[in-house]
Design a protein around this ligand. Structure first.
Ligand SMILES: [Cu+2]
Length: 164
């Protein structure tokens, strides 16, 4: 009985979460983050937006992830002020729109092995047009508030059921 209620809560959360949070993109899908993979082809089919997350999966110690700028990306050179990510499951939340550059800092992985990714991050999902009019912004804001509000209500109801 308790497990059924838990299932209901999880099901509701699963329906609501995507409307509130961003999307997760596993870089390279099941291939993960490695050499000799066409990450540009992988990225081409996807849409990246503010609030989405990039997840770089690789065996810890065999690769890393460097958040570069355009110039350092071109030369596969780590910017001196940037710390490499090394956990083997590195999560990067896309915080701002625009071009982003990532590569592996292991010798030859970027330049010879082509282990690099550049993406263009678009604005957050709810505000879809690039130059929305004030009324568009208003309705987008209302829609967002509405879905968050509905989500909170549904979760509260689910927890009340669960607690009974
Ligand atoms: Cu590497």
């Amino acid at each position: 009985m308790a497990s059924y209620k838990l299932f209901v809560i999880l099901a509701i959360a699963a329906i609501i979460a995507p409307s509130v949070l961003g999307k997760d993109h596993i870089v390279g899908d099941e291939t993960g983050w490695t050499t000799n993979f066409d990450y540009q082809a992988w990225a081409k089919a996807k849409e990246f937006r503010v609030g989405d997350r990039l997840i770089f999966n690789y065996p810890e110690g065999s690769h890393n992830v460097i958040r570069a700028d355009g110039a350092s990306f071109k030369q596969c050179m780590k910017p001196s002020n940037v710390e490499a990510l090394t956990s083997g499951s590195d999560v990067i939340t896309l915080a701002t729109p625009g071009k982003k550059w990532y590569f592996c800092g292991f010798p030859n992985h970027c330049d010879v092995g082509n282990q690099k990714l550049t993406i263009t991050v678009l604005a957050q999902r709810e505000v879809s047009s690039p130059a929305p009019s004030p009324s568009d912004l208003q309705s987008a804001a209302t829609a967002r508030t509405g879905s968050v509000y509905f989500g909170m209500m549904a979760l509260m109801v689910a927890f009340l059921i669960f607690l009974q």
